[in-house]
Ligand binder design. Structure first.
Ligand SMILES: [Zn+2]
Length: 197
């Protein structure tokens, strides 16, 4: 008798939209750095590039693991990979100052809003081989990557950028959120994890 260990990673991950409940759950740490993890990271880049994103977190493809990928230098008019990076078990150290930036999210197509983020901080994460790296980031000095990693780290904690909006900002995007809620109910038969504010 043989026992096959099941992989936590789907072979062909697919993007999920709000209000899929996995977007509101805290993801768990990665402890095994194997070929299955690295294959999943490669698939995440393909999903991110297909949907023209600059960042994608594992919960956005329905995987509750602390992994995200970025390519903050990709552009709509030239979608080839520019600076692919994998971030695993990431954390922020020594945050200083605040800044605001207009963000969008592949899980909330058509929703854009300005949100407040840390300005300077040290970002610590492992790569797909388990090697830990530290990177100092300063958003106001032009490091857009500093916005992307904060947005994606929130996904790993089950937080979505719409939760950071003021009541006035929410009023502006409410119609689009309702449309996404209706689409989700139609395709799954479930209500999902609807935001209430
Ligand atoms: Zn997002």
């Amino acid at each position: 008798m043989t026992v096959t260990a099941s992989s936590p990673y789907p072979l062909r991950p697919e993007l999920v939209h709000y209000p899929h409940p996995i977007l509101r759950r805290r993801a768990s740490a990665v402890t095994v750095f194997d070929d299955a993890l690295r294959a999943f990271c490669r698939e995440m880049f393909l999903v991110m590039e297909l949907h023209q994103g600059v960042g994608l977190a594992a919960p956005q493809v329905a995987v509750g693991k602390r992994i995200f990928v970025t390519d903050h230098l990709r552009r709509r008019d030239d979608p080839s990979p520019k600076d692919r990076r994998v971030w695993i078990n990431p954390r922020i150290e020594r945050p200083e100052g605040l800044t605001t930036y207009e963000e969008g999210c592949l899980s909330f197509p058509g929703v854009y809003a300005k949100v407040q983020r840390h300005n300077r901080f040290t970002f610590v994460a492992q790569d797909e081989w388990g090697v830990e790296r530290k990177l100092d980031l300063d958003v106001d000095s032009g490091e857009f990557l500093g916005i992307v990693v904060q947005h994606e780290l929130d996904h790993l904690d089950g937080k979505v950028f719409v939760e950071l909006l003021t009541v006035a900002q929410l009023t502006l995007v409410r119609k689009r959120l309702r449309e996404l809620e209706v689409d989700y109910k139609k395709s799954t038969g479930n209500i999902g994890a609807v935001l209430r504010k």
